[in-house]
Design a protein around this ligand. Structure first.
Ligand SMILES: NC(=O)c1ccc[n+]([C@@H]2O[C@H](COP(=O)([O-])OP(=O)(O)OC[C@H]3O[C@@H](n4cnc5c(N)ncnc54)[C@H](O)[C@@H]3O)[C@@H](O)[C@H]2O)c1
Length: 396
């Protein structure tokens, strides 16, 4: 990745007046593209244009006031941009609205409003800009996903999920044309939109916004990193074509480490440094339980595509679902407390240890950095050691 990576490209980013869209526009400009800020908020659009031009040079950013849900606006946008630049190479469907509330309480108007921005907009943009991309055998069309179904965000999430299917459909339709399409989700990021909407969701869930972030700490990412992830994926569009990915995954694959992950690895390492002999059954159980619960909760927060892939892979390798293993691990804790028989838990623990060995094999195929590979294999060695150690003490 360097300032020539997207040199000569014209990137249209919707909703780039603030938040992740603004950061993505900035990162695209850094990679050499000229960016069109298609934003409904005039004030924010202008400020974003000024600030990118100030940082990267005049003419790098160009603001066009646009409502993505309005076909006439997109027609005008295309006219202005084609007159100025002659083409659009990249469309990043970042604009969003985030209506909050339980399905039973959300007025139908909020669903219509969300549909306009979160689905109708990307479809209008696809209709407008894909034909020329296909004709010129060059282009990238990106949809932006979210976390998947969750309480109180139905009117937002169902159209975001539909956006994923839109990218899947387009990917198949542009196959072999030189145009690439994919979906990317940022992770959880403290943007103005999320602070406002997430705050409302948190209060409906009876918690604070900070609690909500804490609950999702594995998926946390700064708006800047999330936007950089979008831009890198665009620069590597061929690689991400027809996929649903996330900024965290793209940054990891690009070898850019996020601080949180480093801390997590260090904490995990601390947990596994105690030799088995000095640990009693309960201590070992707690290590196994903590590792598995953290992992399984983390898997549940992945995007839909990753979740489905992990669940299938887990079941194939352990013979049980992620939830069944959670229940089994919890039940073992109860049996240990009540000193009931634990014989039935030996087999699932063996399977869990075998699954960790499988994870190590996967990691060897995926992690290109030898130092990181060694560090992560060592961490998983610790998980295997704990699970096998627990089997050992249960069968003593
Ligand atoms: N922040 C997160 O934690 C999070 C999590 C999952 C997915 N996302 C996705 O990431 C993307 C960016 O999110 P964000 O948190 O930066 O959002 P944000 O609310 O902070 O910014 C959204 C931008 O879209 C603009 N916009 C709204 N309606 C528009 C319209 N009709 N036409 C043009 N622009 C319009 C807004 O004015 C705003 O500038 C969104 O697609 C969102 O769904 C964000």
């Amino acid at each position: 990745m360097n300032p020539d990576s997207l040199k000569g490209e014209i990137a249209l980013v919707t909703g780039a007046g603030r938040g992740i869209g603004y950061e993505a526009a900035k990162a695209l400009a850094w990679l050499g593209a000229k960016v069109v800020i298609a934003e409904i908020n005039e004030q924010n659009g202008k400020t974003a244009e000024e600030s990118i031009n100030k940082e990267f040079g005049a003419g790098k950013a160009f603001f066009v006031k646009t409502d993505v849900g309005n076909e006439k606006d997109i027609g005008k946008l295309a006219e202005v941009v084609l007159k100025k630049f002659g083409k659009v190479d990249i469309v990043l469907n970042n604009a969003t609205v985030f209506p909050i509330g339980a399905v039973k309480d959300t007025p139908i108007e909020s669903w219509d409003f969300s549909y306009r921005v979160n689905l109708r907009g990307p479809v209008i943009l696809a209709r407008k800009f894909l034909p020329a991309m296909i004709e010129h055998k060059h282009g990238v069309f990106v949809c932006v996903s979210s976390s998947g179904a969750a309480p109180f965000i139905g009117a937002y999430e169902v159209f975001k999920t539909a956006q994923v299917e839109l990218a899947n459909t387009i990917s198949a339709e542009v196959e072999g044309t030189g145009v690439y399409a994919f979906t990317i989700g940022p992770g959880i990021s403290r943007t103005p939109g999320f602070i406002e909407g997430g705050g409302k969701v948190a209060s409906l869930m009876g918690m604070s916004l900070d609690d909500l972030f804490e609950m999702n700490k594995n998926a946390q990412i700064s708006p800047e990193a999330a936007g950089a992830g979008f831009a890198i994926a665009i620069a590597l569009a061929k690689r991400y074509h027809d996929q649903e990915t996330s900024s965290i995954q793209v940054l990891r694959e690009a070898g850019i480490e996020l601080t949180d992950e480093k801390q997590k690895a260090q904490e995990q390492e601390k947990l596994v440094t105690k030799p088995i002999d000095s640990q009693n059954t309960i201590e070992l159980y707690e290590l196994v339980q903590k590792t598995y619960l953290e992992q399984s909760e983390g898997w549940k927060k992945r995007n839909l595509f990753e979740r489905q892939w992990i669940s299938r892979d887990f079941k194939k390798n352990t013979g049980m679902s992620i939830d069944e293993m959670q229940t089994t691990v919890k039940a073992l804790g109860n049996s240990l407390k009540t000193q009931a028989s634990t014989a039935e838990f030996v087999e699932p623990l063996n399977r869990l240890a075998a699954y960790y060995v499988h994870q190590q094999e996967q990691l060897k195929g995926f992690e290109k950095d030898p130092k990181k590979l060694e560090e992560n294999l060592k961490i998983i060695d610790g998980w295997i050691r704990d699970a096998k150690g627990l089997v050992q003490v249960l069968t003593r």
